[in-house]
Design a protein around this ligand. Sequence first.
Ligand SMILES: Cc1ncc(COP(=O)(O)O)c(C=O)c1O
Length: 337
Amino acid sequence: MKTQIESYRLMSNENPLGPSPKALSAIHSFSEKIHRYPGWVPKTLKEKLATLNAVSPENISVSSGSYELINLITRFLMNKNEEVLTFDNTFVAYYLSAKRNRRKCVISKMDSPHCNLKNLKSLQNEKTKAIFFANPNNPTGTIINHDSLRELLSTIPKTVFVVSDEAYIEYVTDVSYPDTIQLQKDFPNLIILRTFSKIYGLAGLRLGYGIASKEIVKKLDQVRILRSLNALAEKAGEAAIDDIEYVEISAKHNATERENMYREIASLGYNIIPSQANFLYLPFENNDRKNFIYKQLGDQGLMVCDLADFGHNKSLRISIGTIEANQKVIDCLGKLI
Ligand SMILES: Cc1ncc(COP(=O)(O)O)c(C=O)c1O
């Protein structure tokens, strides 16, 4: 009889420890009230997010996941002749949103796992309206540091939106990471995106937010679908912000496991990139080798992300999982070298 192999989801950068317990309990207690509409504006959630980030509630736009904000920016903050500028090896939603909204998307090629801002800047022209990047970058896990971002912002016209997608900010340990809240004071064209899908463990609820100038927030809030945010996400988000202990445990788990996995996999001889996020990026010498490793991991129930799905044939991205899952990845890779 064939034994059932347990499978481990290591392909979507979800929190392996599950949802925030406080968020779960808020969902349970609010579930009896879901026959009621949420308010027109998620007032308490906006206030809590404002306090968390030391800004005013008028600087917060809450959304149904970061995807919604990426879509709103490409659809409503630019017109059809204006262009999006982004990188080739970054989060695919920027390109896809531009395409869906029929905006031209100019792609800056990355010749390394790092987002090269000089190359990006050389492609900016009078039609560029929004620049998108993820920091830390998905899938490479690398960061743009504070000084480089400040330099970019100081050379970009203030009419161009610079969107810093900080979905993985809570996992960053590098002190050179930008303080974008501070930078926004000098550069009101900077839009910051955050999400509850990663460290808060609420990906299935679809909750994200943007931090931007009052003018930008007003525009975004005017064009979103009325009451697009569901009440359970709203209540869960409020509770998750208060779940400081859970965020700390999750960040600590990630930092320890990320360091261990990086060290072990590198010592096996694999090419692996140091990461500031909750995943690791492994570029292989060719597509066949990558396919082989992907298949072997899959046969052990280790479901990682084949970046061929996003146009990068030779690489895999492996989310940091539970201690057990991570050890299985290390053991499996050890047998394949
Ligand atoms: C850089 C980045 N931004 C945003 C998201 C998605 O966020 P949300 O679930 O809030 O739409 C992801 C998900 O993988 C991501 O990698």
